[in-house]
Design a protein around this ligand. Structure first.
Ligand SMILES: Cc1ncc(COP(=O)(O)O)c(C=O)c1O
Length: 467
């Protein structure tokens, strides 16, 4: 008898949050329930999610950047179904599977000259681990420099590069030789590189946490410094690559070609986990330097057929459906629309990003009444204000968005790249309504804030009791 997954899901749908609370991550369940994010989504299509009551939501989180081409893209699904139906030999481990070769060829075609060797893996952290090993192996140097606020993954190597204490506290010690310097600071970079013992400088062209784009000459100057001191420049494009910023790679905005680039998230079309480190052949060849070192670095699922079918189809869809051009056009509309709101709403402090990665930062109000509410919320928890914005965005307007990082008044927009001009208009209308509400005191946003503050205090008191 076959396994009817649809029927199985339908029968147990109401148990989802309880199952997670019992067997998986009860703290996550508490958070979702307390902010009203405990929806039961049953279907995804393109830029939309649908819940069990038939409501449609506009998804501006995009699975943290997994759905550049949209959810459940039929062409990618067909490619994966075809690979399944073909009953491929898959993961023989002692052969050269055709799909991986073709996927590597397709990816290299998207790269600037010089980036022509691909190492496939199953996600962003593995891509970063690969870059670290390649850089150390090829240069013979020990130190790895990354940036404060940077995010590169949760495995020990990639976590050692992380520039956010909230992810690292309690997990040390980290990789010896890993150090973080301020982002966008060439002086700090030169001081770090000057001893000549650095294997790599690993950097996101646009930092995902908080959405901070590098200034125009940062990466080209960083490459020049890396070359001078014999280090490699690694661009972590796990979140901003594959069209997100309106170009295939974010580094293309910066007139630079890094030595290694890390990709993942959308590479598998939102279906199959897949990552890649693409690099110069001479770097690869210094590590895989002889026949007895042909498996010196690897992951069991690297280049598996289903992922490779998804990669080939995803790259094709990006081209055929002009998705990168759409990201640039919709990103401009969003940015222009948000900038037009700025003079009207004093708490709108900064809007930044490129293409369809946008951070909207709020700042303290000038008017006395608003300032009281702002101070109260921030005195309880620095991260509450952003949550008080995304809650009504979901509840009232059915738009899913997130706060960009820890303890920050920043709302991050990371929709699929397939959103329409109509989606942008809808978002801007909804967002302006929320802005209007948060510039009134008392008002619904501050009530939400008050409720959140109470919850945060209660949770803190509960934790104290347990200590
Ligand atoms: C820039 C960047 N690098 C690496 C990673 C890690 O990717 P993964 O979660 O697939 O391991 C992420 C994940 O968010 C990321 O944003």
């Amino acid at each position: 008898m076959g396994i009817d997954v649809s029927a199985m899901m339908k029968a147990r749908l109401g148990d989802a949050y309880d199952l997670h609370a019992k067997y998986m991550n009860p703290q996550m369940v508490k958070v979702l329930r307390s902010i009203g994010f405990d929806k039961t989504y049953v279907r995804g299509e393109g830029q939309y999610l649908f819940d069990d009551k038939g409501n449609r939501y506009l998804d501006f989180v995009g699975g943290h950047g997994v759905f550049n081409i949209g959810r459940n893209h039929p062409k990618v699904r067909k490619a994966i179904e075809d690979a399944l139906a073909a009953q491929t030999a898959n993961l023989v481990q002692f052969d050269c599977p055709i799909l991986a070769g073709m996927a590597a060829e397709a990816l290299v075609k998207k790269c600037p000259e010089g980036l022509n060797r691909v190492f496939f893996c199953s996600g962003g952290s593995e891509a970063v681990e690969t870059a670290l090993k390649m850089a150390r192996g090829a240069t013979g140097k020990p130190r790895i420099i990354s940036t404060l606020r940077g995010f590169h993954g949760d495995t020990y190597g990639s976590l050692s590069l992380n520039g956010n204490p909230e992810f690292k506290d309690g997990f040390g010690p980290f990789l010896p030789g890993a150090e973080q310097i301020p982002f966008d600071d060439l002086g700090a970079l030169e001081r770090a590189l000057a001893p000549g013992d650095v294997a790599a400088f690993v950097v996101e062209p646009i930092q995902g946490k908080g959405v901070y784009p590098a200034s125009p000459n940062y990466l080209s100057e960083a490459l020049r410094l890396c070359k001078r001191y014999g280090a490699l420049l690694v661009a972590d494009e796990v979140q901003v690559g594959l069209g997100r910023t309106g170009r295939f790679f974010a580094f293309e905005h910066y007139n630079v070609v890094p030595d290694i680039v890390c990709l993942a998230k959308s590479l598998g079309g939102g279906y199959i986990p897949c990552g890649a480190a693409v690099m110069r052949a001479d770097i690869f060849d210094k590590v895989f330097s002889s026949m007895d070192r042909c498996v010196v670095h690897g992951f069991t699922f690297s280049g598996n057929d289903l992922a490779m079918a998804a990669v080939i189809a995803t790259l094709q869809v990006l081209d055929e459906e002009k998705i990168i051009e759409n990201a640039a056009a919709r990103g401009k509309e969003l940015m222009d629309g948000l900038n037009a709101l700025k003079p009207k709403y004093e708490m709108l402090a900064d809007i930044r990003g490129k293409g369809l990665i946008i951070g909207v930062e709020f700042g303290p109000p000038k008017s006395l009444a608003l300032r009281a509410g702002w101070s109260l919320m921030h005195s309880v928890d620095e991260g509450l204000f952003g949550v008080a914005i995304v809650m009504p965005l979901l509840e009232k307007h059915r738009i899913l968005a997130q706060v960009a990082g820890h303890q920050a008044d920043i709302v991050k927009l990371l929709p699929t790249l397939a959103i329409t001009a109509e989606d942008v208009r809808y978002f801007l209308g909804a967002f302006e309504e929320i802005l209007k509400e948060c510039h009134k005191f008392p008002g619904p946003i501050w009530e939400v804030g008050g409720r959140l503050a109470k919850l945060a205090l209660t949770a803190r008191m509960g934790a104290k009791k347990k200590e």
